[in-house]
Design a protein around this ligand. Structure first.
Ligand code: DO4
Ligand code: MG
Length: 284
């Protein structure tokens, strides 16, 4: 089952049919004692809703904070070591890749998150910007993984590489994160074969970058990442946790305004966003 948040309320999809969810408060859904069973009952009781197609998809988020894990794929470790070698930071990334404690960092508040079809931003003071396609966990207030979505951890690699202490500026700014298009509602681990794909198109033309990985390359278990996040932290509305990127474009690649980023995680769907630069609300 997939849960969609839209301009016209919440919908659940099952078997190609969409059903209106009576509970309109997304936080209440995340905090539900058994979200899967509640949505199953909605599907079984309801008639398919004809009005889903008219609704605009919104980021599937309420009051949750978004956190992220880093250096959870070998490809990310190597890219981070290379970009920070002049700053003497390379060793930290190698060490965190093998350490028991993962790298976890604060990524976004809901107001900084872009939904499906809206704009993500690159910083005006950055010269090297990339998208990071990441499986993203939805965790309820009790620390249980209750769903998955696709995420884009937009990052400024030159700022991050100049000094690892600049990480919050490289990672956290308006529309530096995208989530969607829906929540795949499931507490079960996704198979290791789950593919994560990205494609970046420029000028309405062909892809200027595409890449793919699978969850088999993810070094850490999602449940372990969630458990670390919930150590000594309470999340009254639950939290999102991005699980890190396994796809890094070549070093001569940087995003440009007007680029279209498509991130596909097969059981979830495709998250598509346009890239903009400049004041919040600027069009491509
Ligand atoms: O350590 C910096 C962040 C790395 C990251 O965001 C990732 O590996 O996805
Ligand atoms: Mg990342």
């Amino acid at each position: 089952m997939k849960l969609y948040r839209t301009s016209d309320g919440n919908f659940v999809e099952d078997g190609g049919n969409y059903f209106r969810v009576p509970e309109s408060n997304f936080d209440a859904l995340v905090g539900h004692e058994n979200l899967g069973a509640y949505l199953r009952a909605v599907v079984e009781a309801g008639k398919p809703a004809a009005d889903f197609a008219q609704a605009r998809l919104e980021a599937p988020i309420g009051s949750q904070e978004v956190w992220a894990a880093g250096v959870t794929y070998f490809r990310s470790r190597s890219a981070r070591m290379a970009e920070s070698k002049d700053a003497g930071g390379g060793d930290f990334y190698d060490r965190v890749y093998t350490a028991e404690r993962p790298e976890l960092f604060f990524k976004a508040t809901a107001s900084r998150v872009a939904g499906p079809g809206s704009n993500v931003r690159i910083r005006s003071d950055a010269k090297w910007s990339v998208p990071e396609p990441e499986l993203t966990l939805l965790i309820n207030p009790r620390g249980q993984i209750i769903g998955y979505t696709a995420g884009n951890d937009m990052s400024s690699r030159d700022i991050e590489g100049e000094n690892p202490l600049y990480l919050p500026q490289a990672k956290v700014y308006d529309r530096s994160c995208a989530l969607g298009p829906c929540i795949l509602v499931s507490g079960d681990p996704l198979p290791a074969t789950t593919p994560i794909q990205i494609e970046i198109r420029r000028g309405g033309g062909n892809a200027v970058f595409s890449g793919a990985t699978t969850l088999a390359e993810l070094k850490r278990k999602p449940a372990d990442l969630a458990a670390y996040l919930f150590r000594e932290n309470t999340f009254p509305f639950g939290a999102f946790l991005m699980t890190g990127t396994g796809i890094v474009p070549p070093d001569d690649f940087t995003l440009a305004p007007g680029d279209k980023v498509r991130i596909t995680i097969d059981p979830i769907g495709t998250l598509e966003n346009d890239v903009v630069q400049g004041p919040l609300g600027s069009a491509v």
